[in-house]
Ligand binder design. Sequence first.
Ligand code: ZN
Ligand code: ZN
Length: 130
Amino acid sequence: MQNETVLNEIASIEDTDDDAYSAKEGTVLLKWHKYRERNRKLVQKKKESVLKKEGHLACQVCGFRYDRVYGSLGNGYIECHHVRPVHLMKPDERTTLNDLALVCANCHRMLHRDLTLSLEELKRKLKQEI
Ligand SMILES: [Zn+2]
Ligand SMILES: [Zn+2]
């Protein structure tokens, strides 16, 4: 993809996590992060590989399963989070399956409140609060 197209796409990504990042640098980072997560083909591949291995899709932080709670409506649903620190990546660096983690919507939101947070760190926080 050409650089200009990439930049336009990044600029068009809506910021729904307004409270998480108010600083300009943070906004750019979050947009870049979301752009990385928008690769539908890769997300699909990630889901397929986990489904094949585990037989189901569960949040890697809290274990939530959409199919268990929402039945057939939740079948195949899970969100994808980019785990590599995006600020350390070069623009032309490719995202691989290992860069993606499957998480539920709640955990994904929490990870976006602080993009430096790792899955393990969020897991520990979750255990502390309950
Ligand atoms: Zn979760
Ligand atoms: Zn994410």
